[in-house]
Design a binder for this molecule. Structure first.
Ligand code: PMP
Length: 414
């Protein structure tokens, strides 16, 4: 086996490299076409505006929207905030201070923080929020949403695909339900758009967030789809100023970023199906090879209803941080949020019933356009070797192999 160049990047759900064709499309907008698209009275402004218009068409074509329904933002975090806060404030049933709930929102406990936190803020401000808890497969169904609906439900926000386990929710059915009930439906499409076919009409979506840097575009740019007809969605603006982007997001447009996002969408539209098919085969190869060589591994989330390029595997009898250290040459994510002093296991894995130990010892491996079979084979070998070595040092693994039921062991407490 030839050794691929190290380190190997298998963290495409965190961010992707910028496609060279994207960079090429952006370059002139830094140096020669540098006008402000808001400048209506000279050619510099018109040229910049032309770049933005083209990008708007490219984005709209990818998601089956009208160009006028695309609002450019700084990324999915901002899009989520504009959508959730903007819709809640626009469609509230009772004013603040009336003593009655301002309105009811349905979301899900395994959403990204960029959805959970705006919802929690609204909760503090007098809205009521239901955080749905999906079962072990991680999937949010239309029935779960239906059972949570109330007369005063104003907004449903359910992500399309989960960023940690890749599971795909029943978006089209949830959208249909929301439309029948006259409830605004927002989806965080960050991990889905540009990877899988999206059509905001057929999928019954009112508001959808997405991001450039997850789809081989630049960082710091993204978009929000805002439906204009059947029904026309209105939002209370949370970023006020010059009134750009139909007043939904004031501020001089990030023209270079927007041009890059547009190009990334154009490429995604052409390449998405091939990428998904190829990466699905590689992902299966990765999972099959790891599970054939190691016992006590668990693939988290629904086995079929998930993104083709992502897997989340927990390894029993292995200490999470040691595993990460042992496979340092593989750039991936772990189930431990080790950014803070307290080592909290992933809230997503915990919510779908993965125990603390297994949540800590999980790896999220996300493949991308440049991932090769050699890289996957190298990764499989490295992970298998590391897990075996760590288990050799594990007294728990020894005890387990001797037939001792660890759940019945009386541990001495100090
Ligand atoms: N939502 C999801 C599901 C994500 O995966 C991410 C990025 N990790 C975000 C929102 C935030 O996106 P951005 O970095 O563009 O703000």
């Amino acid at each position: 086996m030839t050794t691929p160049a190290l380190p190997i990047y298998l963290d495409h759900a965190a961010t992707t490299p910028c496609d060279p064709r994207v960079v090429e499309a952006m370059l002139p907008y830094f140096t020669t076409l540098y006008g402000n698209p808001g400048s209506r009275n000279h050619s510099f402004g018109w040229d910049a505006e032309h770049g933005v218009d083209t990008a708007r068409e490219q984005v709209a074509a990818l998601i089956g929207a009208d160009e006028k329904e695309v609002v450019f933002t700084s990324g999915a975090t901002e899009s989520n905030n504009i959508a959730i806060r903007g819709a809640a404030l626009m469609y509230e049933k009772n004013p603040a201070g009336s003593g009655k709930p301002r309105g009811h929102i349905i979301t899900c406990i395994i959403e990204h923080k960029a959805v959970l936190d705006p919802c929690k803020r609204l909760q503090k401000e007098g809205f009521e929020v239901t955080f749905l808890e999906p079962p072990a497969d991680g999937i949010v169904t239309a029935d779960m949403v239906k059972n949570a609906m109330r007369d005063d439900t104003i907004l449903v926000s359910i992500m399309w695909a989960n960023n940690e386990i890749g599971t795909i929710n029943q978006i089209r059915e949830i959208g249909k339900l929301c439309h029948e009930r006259g409830v605004v439906f927002h989806t965080d499409g960050t991990q889905w758009v540009g990877k899988m076919p999206t059509n905001v009409e057929a999928d019954n979506i009112d508001l959808m967030s997405f991001s450039g840097h997850k789809i081989y575009g630049p960082k710091g740019v993204g978009g929000l789809f805002v439906r204009r007809r059947k029904p026309r969605i209105r939002l209370t603006s949370i970023v006020d100023g010059g009134g750009q982007e139909r007043g939904f997001r004031s501020g001089t447009l990030n023209v270079t970023g927007i041009v890059g996002l547009g190009k990334a969408c154009e490429i995604a539209k052409a390449q998405m199906a091939d990428d998904a098919a190829r990466l699905g085969v590689l992902r299966k190869h990765l999972e099959d090879s790891v599970t054939a060589q190691l016992d006590h591994c668990q693939i988290n989330g629904h086995r079929e209803k998930r993104l083709p390029h992502l897997t989340n595997i927990s390894f029993g009898f292995v200490e999470g941080e040691s595993l990460m250290m042992a496979v340092k040459e593989i750039a991936c994510s772990s189930g431990s949020a080790c950014t803070s002093a307290s080592l909290e296991p992933s809230y997503v894995l915990k919510s779908i019933g993965v125990g603390d130990e297994l949540a800590h010892s999980s790896l999220r491996l996300s493949l991308g356009r440049q991932t090769t079979r050699e890289q996957v084979d190298y990764t499989v070998n490295a992970v298998v070797k590391a897990v075996r070595k760590l288990r050799e040092l594990s007294p728990l693994y020894d005890m387990h192999n001797e037939g001792i039921d660890l759940s019945k062991v009386q541990w001495a407490h100090h």
